[in-house]
Design a protein around this ligand. Structure first.
Ligand SMILES: [Zn+2]
Length: 314
């Protein structure tokens, strides 16, 4: 097989930028660049994607034969194939997969960003060799994706793992979440997103507008308020992930997104998951699922998109 058959192109469409990469057969970068995402302009989005592809093909002529995958921050309707619930709103209602295929002149595989995260991490990442893996993005939004035996598993409704807009699990009727952009209340995303953690700190400090990196630094320095806010957040995360354990019981949970850089999550989360797992009250449950940080961080989306070929069975 010619060497160039192993080239794969990935796009990661974000709210602020569109990234493209070309990976070789051993998952090393051959080319990588990015451009600003046009605001509220779908034709301009398609033009920008075409321009990035032309750049990649100019820099790597053999990439003309490469497969193309794309990750988007939203869902793909199982009947119409159109995008919905995307925070890049110009994509909503469009058959992005078909339109990209038309402007690129070849088939394109589309998946959401959390599915791309886990597609990347099961190959040469934090979930390598896991039979059952769950990927979580804790960023501007909250998403999840599943991989089984090394391949992303999208599911019958293309929603496997997408639990960010399920209701946050409550006991005794306590509502912790808030109204969500999706039109419902109490979504997991409204409790566990990066902005939700920032808002929790703001509430605890009567209005201090402190962002994630500073909160992380204060936790490391032992700041008691930051510690308390983060402890509660980790308990909420454990609560939401205990539902995942109850259904999927994965070997590994990979965490990506801006919140994933907070080191104490990995120390404290297994115990907090266990506290919310099914138990009789007689024996103390233990969470044996490995909880790990994504290896590729912000690059997991574009790398996983490239890896949608030939791994996703559509
Ligand atoms: Zn929602």
């Amino acid at each position: 097989m010619p060497e160039h058959r192993g080239l794969r192109i990935g796009f990661d469409v974000g709210g602020t930028k569109i990234a493209i990469c070309v990976l070789d057969a051993t998952d090393n970068y051959v080319f990588k660049t990015e451009a600003a995402t046009p605001r509220n302009d779908y034709p301009a989005f398609l033009e920008t994607a075409s321009m990035l592809l032309a750049q990649a093909r100019t820099a790597v002529p053999k990439a003309r034969d490469a497969t193309i995958g794309a990750g988007i921050p939203g869902e793909i309707d199982v009947d119409s194939n159109t995008v919905k619930n995307a925070n890049s709103t110009c994509l909503i209602g469009n058959d992005v997969e078909a339109d990209l295929a038309r402007v690129f002149g070849q088939p394109v595989r589309l998946a959401n960003d959390a599915q791309c995260l886990i597609a990347s991490e099961v190959h040469v990442g934090a979930a390598k060799d896991a039979a059952v893996a769950f990927g979580v993005i804790l960023g501007t939004g909250v998403g999840g994706g599943v991989a089984l035996n090394g391949e992303p598993w999208r599911g019958k409704n293309r929603l496997a793992g997408e639990w960010g807009h399920n209701p946050f699990p409550s006991r005794d009727g306590e509502i912790i979440g808030s109204p969500c952009y999706c039109g419902r209340n109490n979504c997991i995303e409204t409790v566990l997103s990066g902005p939700a953690l920032v808002a929790a700190y703001r509430d605890a400090t009567a209005g201090e507008n402190t962002q994630l990196p500073e909160i992380e630094a204060m936790v490391a320095d032992g700041d008691p308020v930051a510690r308390a806010v983060l402890s509660e957040y980790i308990d909420h995360l454990g609560n939401a992930l205990a539902s995942v354990i109850g259904v999927l019981d994965p070997d590994v949970i990979v965490i990506g997104g801006g919140v994933s850089s907070i080191a104490s999550i990995y120390r404290e989360l297994p115990e907090r998951i266990a506290a919310h797992m099914f138990h009789s009250g007689v024996s103390q449950p233990r969470c044996t699922t490995r909880i790990v940080k994504s290896k590729w961080g912000p690059d997991s989306g574009v790398r996983g998109a490239a890896r949608l070929w030939p791994l996703v069975r559509i």
